[in-house]
Design a protein around this ligand. Structure first.
Ligand code: COA
Length: 354
């Protein structure tokens, strides 16, 4: 893998995108050179910014997971963002952006390629978590955010949060990856492999099955036992099967196979130490930049569990980073970062008071 730092180059006079609107916005950010040397001619990023603008208050970046969107404040992290909430938009600006390769407004396989006037489809370049971090920085630059008080995200969002801090450690005060490792481990790659093969062979049916398989990795034995046990639906089917099939249909209604592939492969490629001499060496710039790291593990997470998250903290500590481990105690498994609001609130509060 080539590991050149991704770079951006504006191809037109920049029109300053808006902050503080609390609405989904779109910014055209010019050319993005990806880490593998390929070039995306026109990067577009969908984002939502709530609260005070840069210069008036600290700025926080919240990064979404696999199938999420820029709408952290209105949707998937809504209980944590807003006036009086953990990320208090009376006091801090909060930015969420759809990841590069995504399908909610940022350049990805479903976007129109200017050269052909048709969606990129499978021609969309392969992206990595480093490229996704570079796309975020292109947006931050355009918004005039030159300092980030906290960058936080779960799962794929945590991987991109890490790479966002590693791209510019001098500009990030605190990074908080939740349920995210330094490098995607073999078990996660194995599950991703099966999901992608299902998609290859079965198209939309494969996407549904991939989601169903993924849902079994996002939860836990105890969660499924408590919620479903051996219960059955009116038609006689086991409730757990009905639940999985429902979740599969729900994703097919809002997502597409090529985007799922692009984002899953970005997760597979994630390895902060690749081309940087290993994880510990990769993390040293955080020590030099005085960037704090709080890594949050989730009890019972079978995807990126406490051992992997703790390994990131150990590597960071060895690298001289002010690094801390926190844990969400939950029966929910990996999805705890999307449901355990009280515990998340406590960890974010602690991050802000130091
Ligand atoms: N049969 C059919 N449907 C069922 C069911 C059953 N036996 N039991 C529950 N459901 C449906 C509910 O009606 C509800 O439908 P709705 O979403 O249309 O309202 C849905 O399942 C509830 O899902 P559930 O998983 O129970 O919700 P939750 O509140 O526990 O968790 C999320 C919410 C968002 C975390 C979860 O739904 C989800 O999407 N998880 C995946 C997140 C993800 O992508 N993580 C990626 C990490 S990389």
């Amino acid at each position: 893998m080539t590991v050149d730092a991704p770079t951006t180059r504006p191809t037109r006079a920049p029109v300053a995108p808006a902050t503080g609107t609390g609405r989904l916005e779109t910014a055209s950010l010019g050319q993005l050179r990806l880490g593998d040397g390929s070039v995306l001619p026109e990067l577009v990023v969908a984002y939502r910014h709530d609260g005070p603008p840069p210069g008036a208050a600290p700025q926080v970046v919240v990064v979404h997971a696999l199938t999420g969107s820029a709408d952290a404040a209105g949707d998937w992290w809504e209980p944590l963002i807003g006036p009086g909430r953990a990320l208090d938009t009376d006091r801090v600006g909060v930015l969420g952006a759809n990841l590069l390769g995504g399908r909610y407004g940022t350049s990805g396989p479903t976007s129109i390629e200017a050269r052909t006037g048709r969606p990129y489809g499978a021609r969309f370049p392969s992206v990595s978590t480093r490229d996704q971090a570079a796309a975020q920085w292109a947006l931050l630059d355009a918004l005039g955010i030159d300092r980030v008080a906290l960058v936080v995200g779960g799962s794929l969002g945590g991987m991109v949060a890490l790479e966002t801090a590693l791209a510019r450690p001098d500009a990030v005060d605190h990074v908080m990856p939740i349920a995210a490792p330094a490098a995607t481990g073999p078990l996660a790659v194995a599950w991703n492999h099966l999901q992608l093969r299902l998609i290859d062979r079965l198209g939309l049916d494969g996407l549904s099955l991939a989601r169903q398989l993924a849902m079994t990795t996002y939860r836990s034995e105890i969660d499924f036992e408590e919620r479903f046990a051996r219960s059955r639906e009116g038609d006689g089917s086991l409730s757990i099967v009905s639940y999985l099939e429902y979740q599969g249909r729900k994703l097919v209604d809002r997502f597409d196979p090529l985007t799922y592939r692009a984002l899953t492969e970005a997760m597979d490629r994630h390895d902060i130490g690749d081309g940087r001499g290993g994880s510990e060496a990769a993390l040293r710039p955080l020590a030099a930049g005085r960037t704090r790291l709080t890594s949050v593990g989730i009890e019972g997470d079978i995807l990126y569990g406490p051992t992997q998250v703790g390994g990131l903290v150990d590597a960071a500590t060895a690298a001289g980073v002010d690094a801390h481990y926190r844990e969400l105690h939950s029966t929910k498994g990996h999805d705890a970062f999307l449901v355990e609001w009280d515990q998340l609130r406590g960890i974010i509060d602690e991050a802000f008071v130091g």
